[in-house]
Write a protein that binds this ligand. Sequence first.
Ligand code: ADP
Ligand code: ADP
Length: 232
Amino acid sequence: MIKLQNLRKDYYMKKRAVTALKRIDLTIAKGEIFGIIGHSGAGKSTLIRCINLLERPTEGTVEIDGVDLTRLGARDLQKARQSIGMIFQHFNLLASTTIYENVAFPLRLAKKPQAEIDRKVNELLSLVGLTEHAKKYPAQLSGGQKQRVGIARALANDPKVLLCDEATSALDPMTTHSILRLLADINKKIGITIVLITHEMGVIQEICDRVAVIDGGEIVEDGPVAEVFLRP
Ligand code: ADP
Ligand code: ADP
């Protein structure tokens, strides 16, 4: 489903290169919950942002369902991105519009008819348990509720992949637990492939099927969670 081959990412700052990723080879199966763990600066953000080409890899390929995104032109890439949802540590909601409109936003961008937008937004708000909050604004919600909005918005265009960038790092342990349960439920219900990055072992152990450990821009281990973390 997701295949990264020989990925490398260099950032250039005043002609000095910082290598954030190198020799990344990773295959993530359809329907899997795949975790990427590493310390701050290890390259997690860069890696997850390369999967939807928010960062353009310096070298290597990013295949989703057999299509190499690095070869697509702007138009095709924009289309391909609709099949990849993303949620963020700080939620990235639009502060001046309602919860309803935050979730509707990707559907409006995709020029869906109003009736379909209505149906889809209501279905998504129900899925994440926020039906009663549709008319509120983000500032009126708790952190966990805001992330639920982020999840609903990310699912609006029925993506095949959900990327989670430190999605629970700004939340307390109870709220983290409830967001992880929601992600696991959604994974089960609609079979969506989930890729998450975190610096917290507990997150990986709670919901991931497989994990890759990243250090200094390289994957140093990868396999089923129980194997990777129980190795002597
Ligand atoms: P993590 O998410 O694991 O904290 P990052 O992917 O953010 O790691 O960063 C990996 C390395 O790349 C770090 O050395 C970081 O300073 C560097 N880096 C990340 N983004 C940029 C950028 N936009 N410009 C220059 N260097 C960057
Ligand atoms: P996170 O750990 O959530 O990725 P960071 O503070 O590492 O947060 O990064 C926030 C933003 O700053 C990202 O867009 C990242 O690419 C960029 N960034 C990270 N490190 C650097 C750096 N050394 N120079 C320039 N930009 C950076």
